[in-house]
Design a binder for this molecule. Structure first.
Ligand SMILES: OB(O)c1ccc2cc[nH]c2c1
Length: 234
């Protein structure tokens, strides 16, 4: 999989050189490229924003730098033999909620491009224009607002990248985690069995794997009912 990320703060994405994703890149399991949107401006001040039509606070990101950046990425990918029609992910508070199912869906794609907006957002016409060459998806991490798309990009690259074959050491760990089966994950414990007056649930020390599995499932249901009843109503 190839992932291109475009931002006016490319250094924000440096975290993608670390840990699991960084190792996957070094091992050739994932090709992540970060681009500075200002490389696609040609005025003296490398301008990427302007005042909003219709008035209102703040600034809006100009369409042309985005079109040049996205064209450059799509042309490069096509020339490199990345056959798929790229998926353009646009983090925005006004997008569909990004869920584990979204990550699983995206992990099947060959090429993702993530457009990190700033200011009051990107000129809407970019998304209409981009739909000729990209499958455009506006996505939100949840019902809160950040100052730009970079944090969402980091989250999405990790959520998708860790699902790719060979990226996590033990693929089984992907099965037993929150949301993989629609429920929250069960509580986990490790040594020591007694810690500051708090003990590990005795069932986990019993060696009875059948009863342990049942206990864990009950814990998942109990936690999901308590913390995320919405997951049970679907
Ligand atoms: O909350 B967000 O994910 C988000 C994404 C993009 C922009 C651009 C300006 N504010 C933003 C917020």
């Amino acid at each position: 999989m190839r992932i291109d990320v475009v931002s006016i703060f490319p250094e924000y994405l440096a975290a993608l050189e670390l840990s699991l994703i960084g190792r996957a890149r070094q091992d050739g399991l994932l090709d992540v490229r970060v681009h500075d949107l200002r490389e696609f401006t040609f005025d003296r001040h490398r301008t990427v924003d302007d005042t909003p039509y219709g008035g209102g606070a703040g600034m809006v990101m100009k369409p042309e730098p985005w079109a040049l950046a996205l064209e450059s990425i799509a042309d490069d990918a096509a020339a490199s033999g990345v056959a798929d029609r790229p998926t353009l992910l646009v983090p925005t508070p006004s997008g569909e909620v990004f869920r584990q199912a979204t990550a699983a869906q995206l992990a099947e794609q060959q090429h993702l491009v993530i457009a990190c907006g700033r200011y009051e957002g990107i000129d809407e016409r970019v998304f209409d224009w981009a739909s000729e060459r990209f499958d455009v998806r506006l996505v939100s991490l949840g019902d809160y607002v950040l100052n730009g798309g970079e944090v969402a990009a980091l989250a999405m690259v990790e959520a998708v990248g860790r699902l790719l074959p060979g990226v996590v050491g033990n693929p089984h760990s992907l099965v037993e985690e929150s949301h993989s089966d629609g429920l929250l994950e069960y509580p986990v414990y490790t040594k020591p069995a007694q810690w500051r007056g708090h003990e590990v649930p005795p069932i986990l020390l019993s060696g009875d794997h059948g009863r342990i599995a049942s206990w864990r499932r009950e814990q998942q249901l109990e936690r999901t009912r308590a913390r995320r009843p919405d997951l049970l109503s679907d």
